[in-house]
Design a protein around this ligand. Structure first.
Ligand code: SF4
Length: 447
């Protein structure tokens, strides 16, 4: 059992409220359960209680066992002086404030409806990919839609904070921040970090001084990436020219290349090789040095999509990497790569812009953009679809990715609307009984 189960029970009053008494026998009436505190400090603020006829207003702290008060060092922390009630699964030790007064304690272990406890236990202790997957089909559509919207908002908020961090780190230069975010998005899951490192080590303002020459942009980006082969490995005229340009420009701008080991080629589709992505980035910057400005000005998803549609320079039309010649075809930034940039770079940038500039239109545009794009296709989204939760758009696929990573994998079912709905509709008698073995485990874990 986890402490957040107690939060759930308290927040939604899902325990037996009849004849409440502290562990020392004083009657307790709860007038206001308070507000869950998601920052440091006691778990609930602004609770209002009557204990033994006296009115109390203040904070409520929760633990599985009362002795955790001391384990967590609350006995010496002034932030906990205002705790008016200690709610625990079990009191194994009396708890005192710093002034020596005993904190009233309420035990819940005999007050949890069996059905609720069993449903919770089954959510936490099964080996399913999504612990509630056998019940997903029973989740009403409006609940699913509202919850996914909320999870998407959380994901966008976290990503926009990362973007805002870039804006600050770049001295409020939005174009520079967007260039870093774009580079990361173009690198995808495998080479995103290396692409961001490349962008951080080679500022946009340096690249824009050479924007007129695609060859110089390629020389800067490939030279700085560390992927440019030495003369012993490649003597072709194009690569020799890149080497010569980079040697001059590196001295001029004080650059030193990244280690080659930063990049991954193994088990990747050739179209996603970092060499192809770097060549595409060079083309994008050659075409426009004001990509973020253009994103802000774009009228709709189609205009945005067209912005990122680039064809590569001659060498890269029949190479996936330096050296071996491949089939000759126009190496375009494909549909799924463009979609990934719109999802992972443009929409968080819009949300950050809306937040930092106080312009909510861009938050709406981020949502509209995600809703207009088709859902992503990856193993997580396919798995959700096989469970009956197919994503209808990128907004939903992003929400499902977040739900899996931030809630299901972290066993945060009591903070999830689906989990709360499953627990809420469980009455004492309508849940299947636990087996004796399971029952024993519940008590072992609860201590
Ligand atoms: S977090 Fe929500 S969706 Fe995920 S397993 Fe728990 S109840 Fe189900």
């Amino acid at each position: 059992m986890k402490e957040d189960f107690l939060h759930y029970l308290w927040r939604l009053a899902r325990f037996d409220l009849r004849d409440l008494r502290t562990t020392t026998g004083e009657p307790v009436t709860i007038q206001q359960f308070g507000v869950l505190n998601t920052n440091a400090g006691p778990d609930f603020d602004d609770a209002r209680l009557r204990i033994d006829g006296l009115h109390w207003a203040g904070k409520v702290e929760m633990h599985l066992r009362s002795s955790e008060w001391y384990d967590h060092g609350h006995d010496s922390d002034p932030a906990y002086d205002g705790v008016v009630l200690h709610v625990v699964l079990e009191e194994d030790r009396p708890v005192f404030r710093r002034d020596g007064s005993r904190i009233p304690c309420l035990e819940l272990r005999h007050r949890i409806p069996a059905g609720v406890r069993n449903t919770y236990w089954r959510l936490l202790h099964n080996a399913y990919w999504v612990p509630c997957q056998t019940q997903l089909q029973r989740v009403p559509d409006p609940l699913r839609a509202l919850w996914l919207q909320r999870v998407l908002a959380e994901r966008l908020s976290a990503r926009s904070s990362t973007f805002a961090g870039h804006v600050e780190a770049c001295g409020r230069d939005w174009e520079e921040a967007f260039y870093r975010t774009l580079a990361r998005a173009m690198g995808g899951k495998v080479n995103g970090e290396a692409m961001e490192m490349l962008a951080c080590s080679l500022p946009l303002r340096v690249l824009l001084r050479h924007k007129h020459s695609l060859l110089q942009l390629e020389a800067l980006l490939f030279g700085q990436s560390g992927l440019l082969p030495g003369p012993e490995a490649d003597e072709s005229p194009y690569v020799t020219q890149l080497r010569r340009e980079y040697a001059l420009l590196a001295v001029k701008h004080g650059l030193s290349p990244l280690p080659t080991s930063a990049w991954r080629f193994l088990r990747m589709r050739p179209n996603n090789f970092p060499t192809v992505r770097i060549a595409q980035l060079a083309c994008l910057l050659h075409r426009s040095g004001q990509l973020f400005g253009k994103c802000l000005a774009a009228a709709d998803a189609r205009e945005l999509r067209n912005m990122f549609e680039v064809s590569l320079s001659n060498y890269w039309r029949d190479h996936y990497r330096f050296g071996p010649v491949a089939d000759r075809s126009p190496r375009r930034f494909g549909e799924s790569a463009i979609r990934s940039v719109l999802i992972n770079a443009v929409s968080p940038a819009y949300v950050a812009y809306a937040r930092l500039r106080g312009d909510d239109r861009y938050r709406d545009r981020a949502m509209a953009l995600l809703e207009s794009l088709p859902a992503e296709s990856n193993s997580v989204i396919r798995r959700w679809r096989s469970l009956g939760w197919a994503a209808a758009s990128a907004a939903e696929s992003q929400a499902l990715l977040e739900l899996k990573a931030a809630y299901c994998d972290a066993s945060r079912c009591t903070s999830c609307s689906v989990g709360c709905a499953l627990l809420n509709r469980t009455d004492a008698d309508d849940a299947p009984r636990l087996t004796l073995n399971e029952e024993a485990q519940v008590y072992r874990q609860a201590g």
